[in-house]
Design a protein around this ligand. Sequence first.
Ligand code: BTN
Length: 252
Amino acid sequence: MMQIPEIGSSVIFLDTCDSTNAELARISGYPETMNGTVVLTYEQTAGRGRRGNSWASVPNKDLTFSFLIIKPAIKAEHSFLPIAASAVAVAEFLGEKISDKKVQIKWPNDILCNRKKICGMLIENTFTGNESQKTIVGIGINLNGTAYENTRFPATSVFLETQIEEAVADNLAQLLPYLNRSFTQMFTAPGLLVNRYNSLLYGKSEWVPILVAGKNILGKLELVDMLGNPQIRNINGDLVVSRVDEIQFSVV
Ligand code: BTN
């Protein structure tokens, strides 16, 4: 069995960089870059989001970091598992920090607070054939920012929800145990991790607008399976989807 890396065994703090995912990818080949290394920056000049989008964060106020897992012993078809581990860790962390608000996972890996986006993640896997060489998990949490413009989903921050100013590096230190717990469970009991993921799902017990293959419907996301495929129930009671690339949540 593989040695489970400690996320944050080494932490690199940068005043500024283009993107922590890009920086970690550049240094990941160096022999001194340890498994579990974290790169945190106080300012990202070219933050990257999913689907080729950019990621805007407020310099010195928001939390932007990435971590590296070398040879994570995950097959290509299980690349949903690091997504689930990261999403569960951040949702549980923020859920405790913002205790009176509803923190949920918007499939696959956005974190919402009362239906507003508070965190995004970009997870990049490198495979040789079916064997994973490295996984880079990039996490952006809206911490102290107060204005987020041009976001597809309405956005919020920890400060906007709690009125408490947060120290950026302290929040990384607080989040690391959640990440280490989730990733340990991913390697030891992936089924239990996916159950935790499902218990935190947005759109599970309420009807939400979903774009399915270009059509807007109201649906409930009943379950996400181990491969990350969502099962959506429409208002007639039919199970409508299952292909990952076919659905997107609409703006509420
Ligand atoms: C998304 O919601 O589209 C994903 C956003 C991911 C942003 C984080 S911030 C730290 C890391 N570095 C990046 O360039 N992107 C991720």
